[in-house]
Design a protein around this ligand. Structure first.
Ligand code: IPM
Ligand code: MN
Length: 349
């Protein structure tokens, strides 16, 4: 039995999570494990009602769960940054979820905007550092509001943080990937301090993993190659900001935000799983949002919890439904409602 905290969050988050839980229920029935879920009312609506975003006591409670299943954060009536920083980023930081694992995998039959590329070409994973870099919040204003204003935002890269992220990437590549190629995505030609550290640690750790081919590319070049030659990549490891950017690009080449999922991990501690797209408020309550990303996040959660068989079967069912049933992965164009899609996946499972 696993204890799961469910945070539906904002916008379509609740619909996505509801659909994902349907599939997780089917997986429990088939594979004989149990998820005990408890729902947390966090997000824009609660903030507007009570001015509370994430009480400290809730963080303490969340630490007692095996995993967190998150819908989406972002409310149209709340100023950008408040919920993102106060809820999503705070959870990542306070729970020390130092890895953001984001698979970029194109399933058969799913539309990719990349001409002449198919599922055999688009199958890699991005390991994004999730607690440091430009996200650390270091910096500030000087003379704010004047003509001489200065705004500084610093990228924090600690030896400890870089090393644990790179170690995770090497270990993941060794344990989970057949090709065993790890690409460090940086910008050593301009960010000569931050990525010098990344590069040094990368090459220091590398020899302990002789079976893994080490590769380096600048982030701008990677953006180009993700479109031109996505088949070159197996595992990409990078810092928080670059990882944020290239995984949106990755989501687009794997079929869009409707299918892209990720895990915020602290290996062996409570970790959090989410669709990587936003709350898509304009679709709220219509039942037309694609729940595949949430379903895939659920599969990643099961894999993390050690139910790898169940995870693999959910993935197979998702791929099957994508290629055989859905007209498109876009909201409103699937040919089915959000819940119907989850029922199709559950049935296939
Ligand atoms: C993501 C999102 C978040 C991020 C935002 C909502 C703070 O874009 O999970 O990729 O920048 O990390
Ligand atoms: Mn992002």
């Amino acid at each position: 039995m696993y204890k799961i905290a469910v945070i539906p969050g904002d916008g379509t988050g609740a619909e996505q999570v509801e659909a994902g839980l349907k599939v997780l229920q089917a997986a429990q029935d088939k594979f004989g494990f149990k998820l005990e879920t408890e729902s947390y009312d966090l997000g824009g609506d609660r903030y507007k009602r009570t001015k509370e975003i994430l009480p400290d006591s809730v963080i303490e409670e969340l630490k007692t769960f095996d995993a967190i299943y998150l819908g989406a954060i972002g409310h149209p009536d709340v100023k950008p940054g408040i919920l993102e920083k106060g809820l999503l980023l705070r959870l990542r930081f306070e729970l020390d979820l130092y890895i953001n694992l984001r698979p970029v995998k194109l399933y058969p039959g799913v539309f990719t905007p990349i001409k002449d590329k198919g599922p055999e070409d688009i199958d890699f994973v991005v390991v994004r550092e999730n607690t440091e870099g430009l996200y650390a919040g270091a910096g500030g204003f000087l003379r704010k509001g004047t003509k001489h204003e200065i705004a500084v935002q610093e990228s924090i890269n600690t030896r400890f943080g870089v090393e644990r992220c790179l170690k995770y990437a090497f270990d993941y590549c060794r344990a989970k990937r057949k090709r065993k190629k790890l690409t460090l995505c940086g910008k050593t030609n301009v960010l000569t301090y931050a990525f010098d550290l990344w590069d040094r640690v990368f090459n220091e750790i590398g020899p302990a993993y002789p079976e893994i081919e080490r590769d380096y590319a600048h982030v701008d070049a990677i953006s180009m190659w993700m479109v031109k030659n996505p088949e070159w990549f197996d595992v990409i490891v990078t810092d928080n900001m670059f990882g944020d950017i290239i995984t949106d690009l990755g989501a687009m080449i794997q079929g869009g935000m409707g299918i892209a999922a990720g895990g915020n991990l602290h290996p062996s501690r409570v970790s959090m799983f989410e669709p990587i797209g936003g709350s898509a408020p304009k679709y709220t309550g219509q039942g037309i949002i694609n729940p595949m990303a949430s379903i895939c996040a659920g599969a990643m959660m099961l894999d993390y919890l050690g139910q790898d068989q169940a995870a693999a079967h959910i993935e197979e069912a998702v791929a099957h439904v994508c290629s055989n049933d859905l007209k498109s992965l876009n909201a409103g164009e699937m040919g089915y409602s959000t819940l119907e899609v989850s029922e199709l996946v559950a049935k296939r499972l």
